[in-house]
Design a protein around this ligand. Sequence first.
Ligand SMILES: *[C@@H]1O[C@H](CO)[C@@H](O)[C@H](O)[C@H]1NC(C)=O
Ligand SMILES: *[C@@H]1O[C@H](CO)[C@@H](O)[C@H](O)[C@H]1NC(C)=O
Ligand SMILES: *[C@@H]1O[C@H](CO)[C@@H](O)[C@H](O)[C@H]1NC(C)=O
Ligand SMILES: *[C@@H]1O[C@H](CO)[C@@H](O)[C@H](O)[C@H]1NC(C)=O
Ligand SMILES: *[C@@H]1O[C@H](CO)[C@@H](O)[C@H](O)[C@H]1NC(C)=O
Length: 655
Amino acid sequence: MATFDRGKQRLFLSLAIVGVVILVVNLGLLAGTDVPSRIKQISIPYKDKSGQDTPPDPNLPKLPSWHHDNSDTFEELASINDQHPISELMKKGDEAWNQYEDSRSMTFKETVRKYRKTYGRHPPPGFREWYKFARERNVHNVDDFTQIMDDLRPFWGVEPAEIRSLAAHMHEVDADGVSGLHIRDGKVWKLSNSGWRIETMSKMVQPFVSTLPDMDIAMNRLDQPRVVVPWDEMQRLLAAEETTRRVAPGALAEWSTNMTGFWKNKDPAPTLTDAGWFRAPGSQYMNIAKEGCPPESHARDGNSSVESAEATYKIQQGGFVTNFNLSSDLCTIGPEIQDKHGFLYASSSIVASKRLLPIFGECKVNVNNDILFPANMYYKDDDRYEYDSKFDYKWDDKHDSMIWRGVTSGGTNTVETYKNMHRHRLVLLSNGTVMADQKFRIMTQNTNQPGAYNNYDNFGPGEFALKHTDVGFTEAASCVPDCHFYDDVFAFKNITTLSEQFESKFVVDVDGHSFSGRWHAFLQSRSLGIKATIFREWHDSRLFAWRHFVPLDNRYDELYSILTYFIGLGKPGEPNKPYVQRHSFEGRKLGRQGSEWASKVLRKEDIEIYMYRLLLEYARLIDDNRDMIGYSGDGSELDKYDAKKPMSVANGGHA
Ligand SMILES: *[C@@H]1O[C@H](CO)[C@@H](O)[C@H](O)[C@H]1NC(C)=O
Ligand SMILES: *[C@@H]1O[C@H](CO)[C@@H](O)[C@H](O)[C@H]1NC(C)=O
Ligand SMILES: *[C@@H]1O[C@H](CO)[C@@H](O)[C@H](O)[C@H]1NC(C)=O
Ligand SMILES: *[C@@H]1O[C@H](CO)[C@@H](O)[C@H](O)[C@H]1NC(C)=O
Ligand SMILES: *[C@@H]1O[C@H](CO)[C@@H](O)[C@H](O)[C@H]1NC(C)=O
């Protein structure tokens, strides 16, 4: 203790302040109030370097950040008004999330009212039981199931008997890549064309299957999504749906019990329609995808350009993604990334259809019409994908680096194609040797105006990559004719367990053959997830970019702009060299928010709640009587399940 230097003292002082703040925030949490509203109102006494009181940040207690350079001395930064675009993006992320929090229904009454207003129908039969189930499992947002409604909407334009028939029979030809789950008399009666995926789905439905009517579920057992209905046909189906909306008084909250056309072992009912599968592995997926796009979109009009696509989802400053949803809209950006993602030009298995098929899938691109359900990998206990806190150290004890491990999947690897596959591009981009003579755009702090930043186009990331990235393949796979062409290209790394990866502050997540099963665990960790994907999943609407994770363009062109922001770069005042202040506080905050949020909305219970709701809505769609049934009550009978209203600070939110 005698050799305690000034820098360390200051660090400890800072840590003490952090501790007090965390304590205050936690006390508030225990009191059960809503987090964002409460934090907004806590005033934190805070003095900057000159001893001046500064007003607290409206959103979060702003802590003094400190600079950590390699000589192990700590230098507090002057508290400047940081105008980096990322602080603005984080503020917007917070606002979007606050709005989401504030709009939640708290009572059954409110929930059914909102349902009818939003979808123009009664909730389906069984909705009361579902609501109880969800509340008992502490559902966080009881309204946020719009993905289900969007996925199922077009099926209102198809006869129930036709949906039942397709669902019953699609599993029958093994090569079509479909498994079947058959529910009879409140039990999973049978699985057909079985495998680990459908076995996992079968476990997922166990907690509520006893309340479900008979149904057949057809599940995609391939990695890649399946259905793209052409635009005009989709518009017809959606219009048909609108004509069926009604909120009739006296609807019966009961399922029909005399329906036919389910799958039977013997004496199967005839198939009413052909699924229309065609095979197209390795071909340009945009040829299939663009048919699902609006005629005036870039994917169809041939007028695509990087600039026009970028304008929809990212900013020039630093190249940061402002709209994560649109960053994977293939109708806009598809033509620009069709040669940069393995699924889009080198997929290993595509069995597709242009017909609207009731096929349940784990992921899809924006123009697919598969019905999303929570991916089996998120539910199955698999060490490779499950969060384990062992190496998930406190933020400040983690390495200042970005890690990624995986195999060379994503499509068929050949010597001609590999350089443009999405995983391979990431590995090459993070390789300091390969990057030695490359230039990238990052942002640099304006020397004359501290806190202001400009684009800087000549950043050579070689040295930075060597120091701050740890990205590599563990194994070569899917190569044609064999993997020897990788001998001088990649150094294969030892397997690093998922938990060991959390020794790094930044965990980057990119697609494989399809979505990445690591994502829930990455969010659960205190490390900060950086995410690029072209795929949609069940959880998308509950995850907020720049609040719970950092979005990354599928071309990765702003990767170094992101990393230098969080890690910092250079020293102030060095001529002709970029300087970026270190933003460790922001990184820690995002990592923590992601982790806290994942423990509320990505639990196994959340998967069950989603699946239950999905199967209720699906059950109504396949019911011959679907226009007449539904829950028509006012919701007052479930008052005791009302969620607790957030307490206001004035009522004693904090001590
Ligand atoms: C099922 O029952 C309903 C109501 O009793 C009846 O209208 C309908 O025709 C029946 N359907 C079949 C296939 O028997
Ligand atoms: C493509 O762009 C050109 C020039 O801006 C425009 O005249 C043309 O109408 C566009 N084509 C389509 C199909 O929108
Ligand atoms: C990085 O690139 C160099 C040069 O191409 C190569 O020798 C090395 O194996 C690569 N490293 C990794 C981790 O792939
Ligand atoms: C990889 O594992 C092997 C065998 O356990 C070990 O000898 C080697 O040192 C490890 N390499 C690295 C880079 O950790
Ligand atoms: C993404 O954008 C589409 C089209 O604008 C919209 O329908 C959908 O709800 C959005 N999804 C999310 C998760 O925000």
